[in-house]
Ligand binder design. Sequence first.
Ligand SMILES: Cc1ncc(COP(=O)(O)O)c(C=O)c1O
Length: 467
Amino acid sequence: MLELAAQEIIRAWESFDRPRPRESVIDEALAARLLDSLPEEPGDPAAAMRDAGRVLDASISPARPLYLAYIGSTGLATGALASALASTYDVNLAAHAAAGEFLDGQALRWTAAFVGYPHADGAFTSGGQVSNLTALVAAREQALPGSREHGLEGRRGAVYCSREAHHSVVRAVEIAGLGTAAVRGLDIDTDRRVRPELIDAEIAADREAGVTPVAIVATAGTTLTGAVDPIAALADVAERHGVWLHVDGAYGLPAARTPSGAALFRGLERADSVTLDAHKWLGVPKSCSVLLVRNAACLNAAFGHRESYMLHRGDAHNPVDRTLEYSRPFNSLKLWMAFRIHGAAALRGWIERSIGHARRLAAMLEDDPEFEVLHRPQLSTLCFQHRPAGVDDLDEHNFELAQAVQADGRVYLAPADLDGRVCLRVCFVNFRTTDDEVDDAINAIRELGARVRSAPTDRRPPRPARR
Ligand SMILES: Cc1ncc(COP(=O)(O)O)c(C=O)c1O
């Protein structure tokens, strides 16, 4: 089995080295087998492994160099192997885990050093959603003490962020019991960064109205355009009002100490908590997110507990006293292995290169009258529209173009909606992508754009209704 698995992994890694001419599809026999009912009897391991390999090969994988949709990753080989090792030992990180805890702690310290955040306390979690939720629950307990035990008791709280903050912030506020209406999604400037003066005014107005400010969330790399909110100015507002500052750097934070990114992250060291997803721009396989906090006691206040089935060793806490999750994989091992084997400088170099890809693409598109770049790239994300002469409905055209790109398979990207305009959105986070492949991507998009433009309308796929 191990040898078969190794063969599958090697085959996959070789196929990730360069883009494929198109995505592969599974044959009819395998598709039919995927509808079989639960087997009662043992099956042939080699056949099962072969089928698993074929299904994975025909699934959309962000590890391929021209997967540019959403925020992918790299399927970094070191992380994938660490993942297999971690699963093999299956350490239980909810309770005392001996040496595993030392490694977890070192991975936290290395992550903090990597991004330049001076506090190395916190926890590895299963994703940006859980990291943001963990931070906001801790912030709620600090702002509205006792809410963990008694609920809000009629008190109202508010959370301040950009209107382009990730929905995980809204969801976290909902789960924290504050209600969606507690989210103040505020307006952005021409660089799509939240305007601190609006947060300042909103906090003052809320205080006046008896609403307790719970947290300001700065997004350091918005999902839509990669905009980094002005962290230092938001830290000033947070300090002035005595409010928790959380930085959601799930996507962007790995760029914090790169030559091109550093200036954008000024003030990061003043945050009370920060989220970073290593399964995005640090390339390791899903999932691996990190929450770093200034004061770990806040996590204990929000999550600490004593149960008869989980006794504490003296005064020492159990890891689960600082996190939302009980059973969780040994995620830190993947990032630890990546730091240990590649070193921080190489990782920063790869990240810097992907910022370069977005700039390269923006420059090429700006020189082409058939395209409009819709914002200045700050990190590695770019939204743009194809605007060939003679097309009346550009939204329709760009939606169809995105579908045509996906169907063609050389490049994988997704459409997005920017200020009510349907556009193409790409995000470079894959360390395998090269400059030449960026050029190939835009050439493929140009070719498909021309084809979609001249296709008879009755041969086009129907566009789903927009919500
Ligand atoms: C800025 C930001 N925050 C949070 C998240 C949620 O992260 P996850 O999917 O790891 O839960 C995302 C996901 O794309 C994101 O872009």
